[in-house]
Design a protein around this ligand. Structure first.
Ligand code: GUN
Ligand code: ZN
Length: 419
């Protein structure tokens, strides 16, 4: 059912890293424009008086999940073992991305990619496409059909990769102009992100062009940074006078408040300070880091530096698109007990904040877009939710809820199809 409607049931909405609103008998009103206009106790609204249809549920009402780092063309590459990041890219990822020159394949994978995100309860994602312009148009068309909120860009790379994936700077700039025109400026839920793959695959001129384009059009920038030791050594060989990875991106003009860096594992205090000063955000991808053996993300150091942190599935180094699993991996990867409200925040409001979309999505708050999911979590709610606390619910969700429990998904008040 599309908006307008009233949703009645148990409602959980993160409000901070260690806080959430929990309404066992909640009510949420979504208006004709797909915006949340009221959130409160069921008793606070007189449903009999409202002209809107009412949806009642015993399942949990949540904001949709936000995946801040994921690769659409890598959907079918999950679980391909590699010795390390660079060997894995060469063996599996570059060949898979080359196959996106085939439009039928590109459409098929893109369609299945967005459908699987929706079925996992993800309503917003920051996505890498391939370096092909036409395959990126196809991916945007599929994103539009599925109805998600998507920020996406074609991969920029002009060296150290198969020739079929490299695009020279001028052609890449012109292609971005067309993609911005066709999608970013023309569709309410879709935005274009400037997406240099990582320093080893880009010349300095390419990195600078990326930064200029983003500045000119006020676009997000997404890239990889400090993921693997072998990658950092290669960056240092290619840019011997640049200083740290973060300094290189800074001097190329890539760091700003709309920049989201994937990984940032092998970092240090000076780099964290530079990121904080520049206002950049970090996409933490724990499942990917565990799979590739890239290292342990310094979570406490990032939090102490005051950086905005979102969670990313990083499919296909990540083995699943399910943010529920990614939240669990975040906890497990730290090797210590993690309060469940922190991963839940990073997968919702924290992700929205990392993307600068915290006024639009990420929590169930009046004034925001109705990006909502309903999930079945049986081990608590079926016994009656009256005496269950917010931490109990978040803990059950993050640590025990099976992945297939997403029941309904809305973006901007429009109900999406779960396959
Ligand atoms: N670094 C550069 N490209 C990639 C990629 O596709 N996946 C991951 N995990 N890291 C990268
Ligand atoms: Zn990635």
């Amino acid at each position: 059912m599309d908006a307008p409607f009233i949703l009645l049931g148990p409602l959980l909405s993160p409000s901070g890293m260690d806080a959430a609103d929990w309404l066992p008998d909640g009510a949420l009103v979504v208006d004709e424009a797909g915006r949340i206009v009221h959130v409160g106790h069921a008793a606070s609204i007189a449903t009999t008086m409202s002209p809107y249809p009412v949806i009642r549920t015993n399942d949990l009402i949540l904001p949709g999940f936000i995946d801040t780092h994921v690769h659409a063309p890598q959907l079918d590459c999950r679980g391909r073992h590699g010795a390390d990041l660079l060997q894995w890219l060469d063996s599996y990822i570059y060949p898979a991305e080359q196959r996106f020159s085939d439009e039928i394949l590109a459409a098929d994978v893109s369609r299945r990619f967005f459908a699987s995100l929706v079925s996992a309860g993800t309503t917003t994602a920051l996505v890498f496409a391939t370096s092909h312009e036409h395959a990126t148009h196809i991916a945007f068309a599929e994103a539009e059909k599925c109805g998600m909120r998507i920020i996406m860009g074609s991969m920029l790379m002009d060296r150290n990769a198969p020739a079929e994936l490299c695009v020279d700077r001028c052609s890449a700039e012109a292609a971005m102009g067309r993609l911005i025109e066709r999608w970013h400026l023309a569709t309410p839920l879709l935005r274009f992100a400037v997406s240099p793959r990582f320093a080893p695959a880009c010349t300095l001129e390419m990195l600078r062009m990326a930064a200029d384009t983003a500045r000119r059009h006020d676009l997000h920038i997404q890239t990889h940074c400090n993921e693997a030791l072998s990658e950092i050594s290669l960056m240092q060989q290619l840019f011997p006078h640049s200083g740290s990875y973060t300094q290189l991106y800074h001097s190329a003009g890539l760091l700003g408040t709309k920049t989201i860096l994937g990984h940032n594992i092998h970092t240090d205090q000076a780099q964290l300070r530079l990121l904080t000063e520049s206002g950049a955000a970090v996409a933490h991808c724990p499942d990917s880091n565990l799979f590739l053996g890239s290292g342990r993300f310094p979570l406490d150091e990032h939090l102490q530096a005051g950086l905005r942190i979102g969670l990313g599935s990083d499919v296909g180094a990540g083995t699943t698109v399910h943010m529920l699993s990614i939240m669990r991996s975040m906890a497990h990867a730290q090797g210590k007990s993690l309060h469940p409200l922190l991963p839940l925040y990073c997968a919702t409001l924290g992700g929205a904040t990392a993307l600068g979309l915290e006024h639009e999505t990420g929590s169930l708050t009046a004034g925001k877009s109705a990006d909502i999911i309903i999930m079945h979590i049986d081990n608590l709610l079926c016994h009656g939710s009256g005496d269950v606390g917010v931490v109990d619910v978040a803990s059950a969700l993050v640590y025990t809820t099976p992945e297939e429990r997403v029941r309904r998904v809305w973006v901007a008040g429009k109900e999406l199809t779960i396959r």
